[in-house]
Every structure is written in C-alpha cells, then in structure tokens.
Design a protein around this ligand. Structure first.
Ligand code: ATP
Ligand code: MG
Length: 744
C-alpha cells in the first residue's frame, strides 16, 4: 500500500495529524470535521510505517462505529489484515483480554456478562431479601458510578455523631452482596469488564507487550477507568492518539470526565494538539443552527468551525397539535421527501433521534402504519424485545449456567406451572447456599439433594424436562464437530423443544407475526455471525504472547452472546442477505459519531430536552447540539403543543429566539431549485449510487408552520410575542415563557 494514497483527499490539518510522528497526539475539533476519518486514516498510515495490525488497539464508542471503521481501514489497506487490529469498544476489547488472560487474576474461564437488566434484577433481590429501603435503580447507578470511578467502596460518609446513615449502610451492604452474587455466578457486569481488565494489565503488563499504538475515538466521553485502561494499553510504547470534542460530551451520567484531556496533558506533557476547522458533514444552515445552540454556553472554549458545504435548506422547526400528530407528520414527511426526490435517497438516509427511549412508541406506530421499515438503535435495542430476550436467556443459560436471573426468567417460559413465589423462593435458597440456581435445580432433579423449597410432582417433572433440554444443548456446545453451525443449531434446537412459535402465539396473539419476524432476524444474525467467526472475518482473537499462561478462544456461542450483550446497535439484514434500507430510530446518545442526510428531532420541548430529570443543563444543550450536527442536508425539529400525556408543552429554551435569529442571518437561497442542487451534492457525496434528480422539482416546499423557514419566522415571532406583549418583557436568549394556547 502506498502511504501517499492514504493522505490524498485530506485537508492540511488532517494530513498533518494522520502522518504526525508525535508520540502523543490529540485531535480536538467540532462535529463533522473528520476526526473519526482522520483516526481511521492514521490507523492505516501506522500500518504503512511498519506496525502490524496486532500492534494496534483502536477504541471506538459504539459497535457500529467499530464496524464502520474496520470496513474503512479495509478499503484503505485492501489486504484483509484489518480484522487483526484489536478494534472495538472499550468493553469488547476488555472482554477479549479477560477471556484470554482472566485466569491470571483468578477469573474462571467461561465467565458470563451480566447486562444492565441482570444487574438490576440481582440488586432488587438483595434489597427485597434484606428489607432495604433504598431504591434498586438508584443503588444500581450508584454502584456503577463507584465502579466507573475506579471501584472504590461506597464513600465513608458519616453523620455528625460519626455514625453512618442507614441509607449509606444499606448501599454498602447492597454493594458487598451484589459483588458476592456476581462472584458465585461467575458473572462480570459492564463495569467489571473494564475494572478487572485494569487489574489484569496492572499486574501482568506483558499481556500488552505486543501493543505499540493506542488510538481512542470520542475521548471526551471516556471515564476514569477507561482513561486508566488507555494508559495501561500504552504502557509499553507510549504512542497514543486521541480524538474528541468537549462540546459533544454527553456521558457524564456514566462518569465520563471532560477533564481527562487536561489529565492527559499533565501526564504526557509532550502531547501535540491539532485542531480541525472545516465541517464536511452539514450544510451551512444546519451547522449555523447548531452553533447557535451550543454558543449559548458561555463557559465553553470557543472553536472555529466552518461549513465546507453551501448554505442548503434551512432547518425546519414545526409545531403540531399533539404527540400523535407529530409522529404521523414525521412519517408523512419521510414519504414526501421520498416522493419528491425521485430516488435520490433511500430509507437508510433518514434518522429519528430521540432524547429518551419512551418517545419511540408513537413514532414506531406511525412508521408502522405508513409501511415504513425502521430499525431501532441504542436504548431501544432489538435485543431487549421480549421475544428476543427470552430466547437469548436460554442461550445464556446454556452457555453459562451461573446466570441465575436468566434462568429465573425462563424457568416458567413457556409455562411449567411454576409460580413466581416458587421461583423467588428457589432464588433465595440459592443465594443462601451460595450456590447457583442451576446447580440447585440440577441436584434436585438428579435426586442428589432436595431443595428446601417445596416442589409439587408436576413441577419437578417439568423442571426435569427443562434441565434435559439445557444439558443436551450444553453437550452440543462442547462437540467440536458442531462448531461450524453451533449457534444456529442450538438456537433452533431450543426453539423446537420449547415450541416457541406456539408460545408466542398464545402470549402475543395479534402481534405474533412481528415478533416471529424478529426471531427469524435473530437466526439470520446468528447465521451471519457464525460464518464470520468460522471464516475468520470476525477475528477477535488476541495475538498469542510467549511465556504467558493463556486460554484458548471461546466457543462461537459464547462469543456470539458476548457480542450481543455488548452491542449497542443491530444490523438488520433481510433473510436473503440483501440489506434492506430502513429508517433509523435512535436515542441521541447512541447516535454519537454517526451521520444521516435527513434527521428528525421530535419532542423539542422543555422537559424532554432539557430532560426534566437531568441535572446538568449544559449537558442537555450539548445533547441537542450532537443531535443537530448528525444531519447533512435536512434537519427537522418539532414540538407537539401537548405531549403524549396531554400536558401543554413549552418550546425548548435551547431553541430560543436568539438561535433562530442567528440562523436567519445565514441568508442563502430560499427553498427552491438551487436548494435541490445543494442537497443533491451533499447527499450524493455520501451516497454515490443515488440517481440524479429533477432540478426543477419543487423539493420540500416549506410546510406552513416551519418556524425556521422564512415565512414561518414572522408567525413564530408574533406567536411568542403574544405573551411578551401581555407584560412579559422578554429579551432575546431568554427562555420562552409558558405558552398560551394557540389555535393551529
Ligand atoms: P463527530 O464529531 O460527529 O464524530 P467527526 O469529526 O468524527 O464527527 P467524521 O465522521 O470523521 O467527523 O467526518 C464527517 C464526514 O466528513 C464524513 O462523511 C467524512 O467522510 C467526511 N470527511 C472528513 N474529512 C473529509 C475531507 N477531507 N474531505 C471530504 N470529506 C471529508
Ligand atoms: Mg467521529
């Protein structure tokens, strides 16, 4: 590969960053300025400088970003070696290290991963068994927060008399018991993956003796443990490249530390910082609207960011009478765009970004009614759907029978006449005996030891059938001749044995078809993943290091499950393998780093964004900024005058008049044929196969209530003035007052 080719099509600063010989390099720049692009090119460039793929660790923020990066590096270097780069999210990289070397720090082989719902179930059980008054969800986030800051025990706060408050004592006991349950079940939660990997690399630095360069994307959202991991990965050769943007820091609730950048500069004083100032993603109108939002934060360090695209269509801010109407409008607008752009865009080009997952229901329904295919990303994961979660729970128990909560969830699904009381009592008995639920039931059905929980004869028989299914499936997992088709075979075996389709029919009558389609989708994914493992495309193995005790690779089922648990997004392909274009519905958090030609941000009202429960208003503003800067060509924001609970809403204060005025300063071509050309240019750049469009088509004529459109602004202004005229002398930039009812 010719290194010069890699450097083509980069601007000067990007060029300098990609080929920098600095040991520590920080690239700080705004959204769409090509940070990820630069990081990808730098990874490929390092390969041209004598580094081998297994010498490089690249940490990305989402699974989707990791996949895209790997594909891009593949295209740049073109020899298939990209699969050997140690590339993934921090969690997936940590899991790989623990699977290979965990034995060195006493983590037994075959550990399972407790996802957030498993953790919560464990904590709920502990709270109940001990009559704790603390709220399990709060305890979970507190425990997680502690672990994310390095796993120090719950703080030793004492009241004036020197005694700990009851609440604090409960948290501490909950923490200790939670850790004990995980240990007995050989489970690691998300935080443990990182923390234990830190332990491993501190005590056994030779595990990373092969690593010569570490590259981190979205550095602004790393927490302290991830920062430690980065340093440990780079402990042999201190070659570090980070890219980030403090304005897009949106994960403080997961203990992300904006100040990690300052810590980096302190610990590595020779760090060279490069800034990028050109935005290649969004039209100028969109970028300016977004800057109008972020610049309301006076405390931020100002950065230059200029659009390389022409002005483009002004963003739309639309009011609708209610949340249902808003969702229907989105569906209609997507259809309208499709109709008017004559094949320029497909459904993959649209994203609907939500502040919180609950907002998705109405949008899903509206898209469903309109026959628009969509995929869910982020907090709205495919894997969280009940029909998928149940079947995955079976796989998890088969792969790792220590997972008490997964077993408890499937023990009566389908019905085995085991009541909730019995399940609870069995779980408590297992906890008391410091045993797993599985060993308790196994011993009981094999007549080795009776449970103290009384089981009726038919229940025992049913449990025995369940145990047999799981034991048979476990046998399949250890059979080397089954390796090639393992995951799919086990999946199908279980579904047949428990008559899953029939169970879905009984439980979800009217929506069985959609649920069954999802199950088919899971089979497709498992098939695809299996193929990737067997043929080495998805090579997750770490290089073998001489002189270190290390484990063999996991079986394909364990790997599939770990990937599912750690995935934040899902690739939806049709059964015949042809990708099906789908609108993306995502949380804003999960949309980080990604981009779409058309973006909708519904529910732009106070209480939604900023969220009513959010503590940090600046972070909420950054969230809106992240959402707006995902859009390339068209940005739609909307506010229903009433939310789904029929409460009156108030426009988000971040979209105050000052930001709208700022937008209007960006006078450019109004909506019309020249806009069509702008959009065409922007979209086609990312989507080279798009057909040309009819220049004269009246693309996206402004809808009546588009406040950001030229004719809409007057109406908007006068509407809000209604109240200021009535004795509320509001200046620009102030929060909009509570609105009066406006007849739409
Ligand atoms: P974010 O902060 O949102 O993660 P980013 O800074 O990582 O954004 P990228 O996603 O790397 O930005 O790039 C944004 C878009 O700009 C991508 O489509 C990328 O291909 C394109 N791009 C980056 N650099 C250039 C360039 N020099 N010439 C043309 N297009 C570019
Ligand atoms: Mg990026």
């Amino acid at each position: 590969m010719n290194p010069d080719r890699l450097l083509e099509n980069l601007n000067q600063s990007q060029h300098a960053a990609v080929s920098s010989v600095a040991e520590q390099l920080a690239i700080l720049a705004g959204p769409g300025s090509g940070k990820t692009h630069t990081l990808t090119s730098r990874t490929a460039w390092l390969l041209t400088q004598g580094l081998q793929p297994w010498n490089i660790i690249v940490a990305t923020f989402t699974v989707k970003a990791a996949r895209e990066m790997k594909e891009r590096i593949g295209r740049l270097i073109g020899n298939g070696l990209e699969s050997k780069i140690i590339l993934g999210t921090f969690h997936s990289i940590a899991r790989r290290y623990l699977a290979r070397y965990g034995n060195l720090i006493g983590i037994p082989k075959g550990f399972g991963i407790a996802d957030n719902s498993d953790s919560l179930a464990i904590i709920k059980r502990i709270c109940k068994a001990n009559n704790f008054n603390i709220e399990p969800k709060v305890a979970q986030s507190r425990i997680s927060g502690k672990k994310a800051r390095g796993g120090t025990p719950i703080e030793q706060q004492k009241n004036k008399s020197g005694a700990k408050s009851v609440e604090l004592q409960e948290f501490e006991r909950c923490y200790v018991e939670y850790e004990a349950v995980l240990k007995v079940s050989n489970l690691l939660d998300y935080d443990d993956l990182l923390l234990r990997c830190v332990d491993l690399l501190r005590s056994h630095p030779s595990c990373v003796s092969n690593v010569e360069a570490v590259l981190i994307d979205e550095f602004q959202d790393t927490n302290l443990v991830q920062f430690d991991l980065m340093r440990l990965f780079a402990s042999q050769k201190k070659r570090i490249t980070i890219v980030g943007d403090p304005d897009q820091s949106i994960y403080s609730f997961r203990a992300a530390e904006i100040k990690n950048y300052k810590t980096l500069l302190r610990q590595y004083p020779d760090t060279v910082t490069i800034t990028l100032e050109e935005n290649y993603r969004s039209s100028a109108a969109i970028l300016n609207a977004a800057l109008g939002v972020i610049e309301q934060d006076d405390s931020r360090v100002k950065k230059r960011l200029m659009a390389t695209h022409t002005v483009g269509t002004r963003p739309v801010l639309r009011t609708l009478s209610g949340a249902h109407k808003e969702a229907e409008w989105i569906a209609l607008e997507i259809q309208r765009c499709q109709g008017r752009t004559g094949g320029l865009m497909d459904m993959d080009d649209y994203a609907i970004l939500l502040r919180s997952a609950q907002l998705s229901r109405l949008v899903e329904t509206a898209l469903g009614k309109a026959g628009i295919a969509y995929r869910m990303v982020g907090g709205l994961r495919f894997y969280d759907r009940i029909e998928i979660k149940t079947i995955l729970d079976y796989l998890r128990v088969i792969s790792h029978s220590g997972n008490n909560d997964a077993l408890a969830r499937i023990i009566n699904t389908p019905s085995r006449r085991i009541g909730d009381g019995t399940i609870k009592s069995l779980l408590e008995e297992a906890d008391r005996n410091k045993a797993t639920l599985w060993s308790l039931i196994l011993n009981s059905v094999q007549g080795k030891q009776n449970t103290t929980t009384k089981l009726q004869k038919p229940v025992e028989q049913n449990l025995s059938k369940l145990v047999n299914v799981i034991l048979k499936a476990k046998k399949m997992v250890t059979d080397p001749s089954k390796r090639e088709t393992l995951t799919v075979d086990v999946l199908k075996f279980v579904m047949e044995k428990i008559d899953y389709e029939n169970w879905l029919e009984i439980h979800h009558g009217d929506v069985t078809k959609a649920r069954w389609d999802n199950v088919q989708e899971l089979i497709t994914q498992a098939t695809e993943y299996q193929t990737q493992i067997v043929y080495g495309f998805e090579d997750e193995s770490l290089p073998m290091i001489d002189g270190l005790e290390q484990e063999e690779d996991d079986d394909p089922l364990a790997r599939f499950l770990a990937n599912v648990t750690l995935a934040s997004s899902v690739k939806n392909d049709d059964v015949d393998g042809e990708p099906k274009p789908q609108v993306t519905i995502s949380t804003i958090h999960a949309a980080k780093g990604l981009e779409w030609p058309v973006v909708f941000i519904p529910a732009a009202y106070e209480g939604s964004i900023p969220h009513s429960r959010a503590e940090d208003e600046d972070e909420e503003r950054r969230l809106l900024y992240v959402a707006m800067t995902r859009a390339k060509a068209l940005l739609y924001m909307s506010v229903p005058l009433q939310n789904s609970r029929c409460e009156e809403t108030t426009l988000s204060p971040f979209l105050s008049l000052s930001s709208i005025r700022r937008l209007l300063e960006t006078r450019g071509p109004s909506l019309g044929s020249s806009t069509v050309l702008d959009i065409s240019r922007i979209v086609r750049r990312s989507c080279p196969t798009a057909k040309s469009i009819d220049e004269s088509s009246s693309f996206l004529r402004s809808t009546e209530d588009d406040i950001f459109s030229e004719d809409g602004i007057d109406r908007f202004d006068s509407r809000w003035k209604l109240e200021s005229d009535a004795g509320d002398p509001r200046r620009d930039g102030e929060r909009a007052p509570k609105r009066q009812k406006v007849d739409l």
